[in-house]
Design a protein around this ligand. Structure first.
Ligand code: PEP
Ligand code: MG
Length: 607
């Protein structure tokens, strides 16, 4: 890169926290050029055999990778490798390649490229973010097979003996794992999102990462100095001294605030005047359980179980559910773990049954609606949850409830499962608490009736905001209308809390709002009993919570509910944060923090 391109800022997606600086190590593009060849008919059988041989080799390679990293890295790495093995053995993909070789009389490499491009087009039209991201997996698997065919071998990142920042189009799961054992400071990729496998693995191994940078592999050359900011999602190429200094200070501040927040990584979580708010964790995957003790989570307020169903060609059986939840039950003691029955449906299933494509998936056959339509699939999960409840404190939670009948129906299926387990002599907790997610306006308006049927509520603000304000939560064109502080949203929260408390049940919140320190005063003022959030946010929320007087927040919430727009509410909250709660929000970094390794901006004078 030319020197005049100093301070080039590339905007990507923050995938894993941390700020590092160092020379770039650019990996060759994943898409090596593939030649097209027309074959003599007599050569076709040999070409098909080349494909089959490459597939066998790729399967063995993945088995070797698993053996190599066994016990050394998180389970998440393995589940992604399993997904890749599954795709390599997916006949629908490879028989299509074979058909192209035979019908088009073309070479196997070209047939693979054509098939993958067709698949990617289909993936690109999928609305669901998580599923759309899976196209990346298909592409990586195809690349692995192509590498076998053309004899290309990827570099083992453990052999890198200098501190560098990896710049790649995308990374295979074993490459991300290799970084854990290498001098690699962090990595950046062209493609990917916050839920792509590289991001998930980076977070579970705590390697700073920025993904989705589109074309960083074309803009950066080997040895270019780069700063990677995994908090904001930026990569700065060839920073000047001033920028190096700025990021050095930012990193020092971030480290020092993290150090300060360690003091808040244990309970209690209460205000100055003793008002207790349970701060619990949202888990996306079981691998995150080690964060519970690290950040002092008071239980799990939301375990999203969807990942158990995705990326596979058959449904999880009862044993798989049970084993997964049992581990959680054992680790979460002395607190409770709230397991949400799966929130899938519409076009989100890869495995059978495949539901029809829907015009409005968000308003379609998802979550509890899908479960009640497929009671056998639902009951398998419920039995797994019930069996795990014999091993620790488990609560069961049903998502997207919009009607009382749904609760009654779901509880009926749960009771049937209990009767079956009783007859089989299998242990479970007969008094397992059952709750619902309140995330549809009708549930808010019916909260008093629903409260008679359940043991707790948990407000899912991500969906509640979507349905109250009629805003597609994944549509960037209307994201400006997605306002947590909209008075209608706040009234919905108030109404739910009041109805729950009237009935004597706990009211929790597990949407994004629950982890936002600037919304905390209003949530405490409205009387929420539990706030559930990504575990790493807990110490920060606990620190701020301890600086409040709950008695003063109730009138504040009442005052804010009188405002007519989100803007006015926000302005008033900001004013109070500055004037009244400055101490609660203060997070002062140390004066002259000790620099730690991993920031190699040589040009700057960091002494
Ligand atoms: C919510 O809707 O707020 C919620 C926590 O559920 P999810 O984000 O999984 O839909
Ligand atoms: Mg939801």
């Amino acid at each position: 890169m030319a020197r005049e391109d100093q301070n080039l800022v590339l905007k990507g997606i923050a995938a894993s926290e941390g700020i590092v600086a160092g020379p770039a190590f650019v990996m060759t593009s994943a898409r090596l050029p593939i030649p097209k060849r027309i074959l003599d008919p007599g050569l076709i059988p040999a070409e098909v055999e080349r494909l089959r041989k490459a597939l066998r080799e790729a399967v063995h390679e993945l088995e070797d990778v698993k053996k190599e990293f066994q016990g050394a890295v998180t389970r998440e790495v393995f589940s992604i490798i399993d997904t890749h093995s599954m795709l390599i053995q997916d006949e629908s993909l490879w028989s299509e390649v074979e058909r192209k070789i035979q019908d088009g009389q073309i070479n196997v490499e070209w047939a693979i490229r054509k098939t993958i491009d067709e698949w990617l087009k289909v993936f690109a039209s999928i609305r669901d973010d998580y599923l759309r991201e899976r196209s990346q997996e298909v592409e990586l698997v195809a690349q692995r097979v192509l590498d076998k065919l053309i004899g290309h071998k990827d570099k083992d990142l453990r052999q890198i003996d200098q501190p560098v920042i990896i710049v790649a189009h995308d990374l295979r799961p074993e490459q991300t794992a290799q970084m854990f054992f290498s001098k690699v400071l962090g990595f950046s990729t062209d493609i990917g999102s916050a839920t792509s496998h590289t991001a998930i693995v980076a977070r579970s191994l705590e390697i700073p990462a920025v993904v989705g940078l589109k074309n960083i592999t074309h803009l950066v050359e080997d040895g270019d100095l780069i700063i990677l900011d995994g908090i904001e999602g930026n990569v700065i190429v060839n920073p000047d001294d001033q920028l190096c200094r700025k990021y050095f200070d930012r990193r020092a501040e971030w480290e020092s605030i993290n150090k300060l927040l360690q003091e808040y990584s244990t309970p209690p979580s209460r205000t100055k005047d003793g008002f207790q708010v349970q701060l619990s964790a949202n888990l996306e995957i079981l691998d995150e359980i080690h964060f519970l003790s690290k950040y002092g989570a008071e239980g799990v307020g939301l375990y999203r179980t969807e990942y158990l169903y995705l990326n596979r060609d058959r449904l999880p059986n009862e044993e798989e559910h049970f084993e997964n939840y049992r581990k959680l039950a054992e680790v979460v003691e002395p607190y409770q773990a709230t397991i949400r029955t799966f929130d899938l449906g519409g076009d989100k299933f890869i495995s059978e049954p495949k539901a029809a494509a829907e015009m409005n998936p968000a308003l379609g056959l998802r979550a509890i609606r899908f479960c009640l339509r497929h009671p056998d699939i639902f009951k398998t999960q419920i039995r797994g949850i019930l069996r795990a409840s014999a091993f620790g404190k488990i609560r069961m939670m049903f998502p997207l409830i919009s009607d009382l009948e749904e609760v009654l129906e779901a509880k009926k299926i749960m009771r049937e499962a209990m009767d079956e387990l009783d007859r089989e002599g299998v242990k479970f907790d007969p008094a397992i608490p059952v709750g619902i997610m309140v995330e549809v306006p009708s549930a808010v308006l019916m909260a008093d009736k629903l409260a008679e049927q359940v043991d707790f509520f948990s407000i899912g603000t991500n969906d509640l905001i979507q349905y109250v304000l009629a805003i597609d939560r994944v549509n960037e064109y209307v994201s400006y209308l997605y306002q947590p502080l909209h008075p209608a949203v706040l009234w919905m929260i108030k109404r739910t809390v009041d109805a729950g408390h009237q009935a004597g049940i706990q009211v929790a919140m597990c949407g994004e709002m629950a982890g936002d320190i600037y919304l905390l005063p209003i949530l405490v003022g409205l009387g929420l009993d539990q706030l559930s959030m990504p575990a790493r946010l807990i110490p920060r929320v606990r620190k701020v919570l301890r600086g409040f007087q709950a008695g003063e927040l109730k009138p504040v919430a009442e005052e804010l509910l009188k405002f007519s727009t989100a803007e006015k509410i926000k302005t008033r909250l900001q004013e109070l944060a500055k004037k009244e709660w400055a101490e609660a929000y203060r997070m002062e970094p140390e004066k002259n923090p000790e620099p730690s390794g991993g920031f190699l901006c040589q040009k700057s004078d960091q002494s």
